[in-house]
Design a protein around this ligand. Structure first.
Ligand code: ZN
Length: 282
């Protein structure tokens, strides 16, 4: 079901910037060059730790008019526990058959989000309104009005937390489209979700190859679906291993660029979280 007036679907690119390493610099420079080349907007979700360690790298790209900025907590603390139960006979994060990672306490979450808001304001001069929840969760925050209250208190208006399937694994079905948390009492907080896989390496682990043997096969199949059904697709990636622009191109840039080119050929639009927010609020 379409949530926007977009004729052929909408793609929003959002990247977790969380490695606090030289991979941050390679990713930001590579992504900026790629997005400028194709005139396609992009969003970064910064951990406080990464911003503190790599502020000069972030400042290089911050004035890009195509860029929006969100946060990703200070220390990458999970907002909710994740209990992965893939049930496919393969280990998950080195464990078998299941994997559990505990979420932070509400006090920790308040500290993580509040301190990162302060840091972004102080170092970048931005009142940050976006957030990606570390790891992502099944059904996002529909069952956690207490966490939504913390987000609201900190000025967060658009989030990506709905980013796992019913097994707490991936892909997130494309039927999970953006929505406001109206039923929870937070009608001004927009959930974007992360449809599909959170990155290439999760496709590698979880995908059953029904669309082909490469990530590109999967991406192109999803583009057809997005265009035909006029869907919103929040595409995600990470600053992992991208120590310079060459490695960015090889690891991330190649598939992101093919995705952009193919999406344009299908008439799919590109936007930012604030664009979608305005469109859906209207
Ligand atoms: Zn992350």
């Amino acid at each position: 079901m379409s949530v926007t007036s977009q004729k052929n679907g909408l793609i929003i690119f959002g990247y977790d910037i969380e490695s606090a390493s030289s991979a941050t610099s390679g990713f930001l420079q590579g992504a900026q060059q790629l997005h400028q080349k194709h005139d396609v907007p992009w969003t970064i979700y910064l951990t406080g730790q990464t911003l503190a360690a790599r502020v000069a790298d972030v400042q290089v790209v911050i004035s890009d008019p195509l860029l929006s900025v969100g946060q990703h907590t200070y220390n990458h603390v999970l907002l909710k526990s994740v209990y992965m139960k893939p049930d496919d006979g393969k280990p998950i994060h080195g464990q078998f058959p299941n994997f559990f990672h505990s979420g932070g306490t509400l006090e920790q979450i308040q500290e993580e989000i509040g301190s990162t808001q302060d840091l972004i304001r102080q170092l970048l001069g931005i009142e940050c309104q976006g957030l990606t929840g570390p790891w992502g969760y099944y059904r996002g925050l529909v069952d956690r009005p207490d966490i939504l209250q913390v987000l609201s208190d900190n000025g967060i208006r658009w989030v990506r937390t709905n980013a796992r399937d019913y097994r707490d694994c991936q892909p997130t079905p494309f039927s999970e489209q953006p929505f406001f948390y109206v039923d929870q009492g937070f009608p001004d907080i927009l959930e974007l979700g992360v449809q599909g896989y959170q990155d290439d390496f999760y496709w590698d682990r979880f995908d059953d190859r029904q669309f082909g043997d490469t990530y590109q096969d999967y991406l192109f199949a999803m583009l057809e679906k997005v265009a035909n059904e006029k869907l919103v697709w929040n595409v995600c990636s990470h600053d992992h291993g991208t120590i310079d622009m060459d490695s960015f191109s090889r690891i991330k840039g190649d598939w992101i660029e093919m995705l952009i080119i193919q999406a344009k050929s299908l008439g799919i639009q590109f936007g930012t979280p604030p664009d979608l927010y305005e469109q859906m609020a209207a």
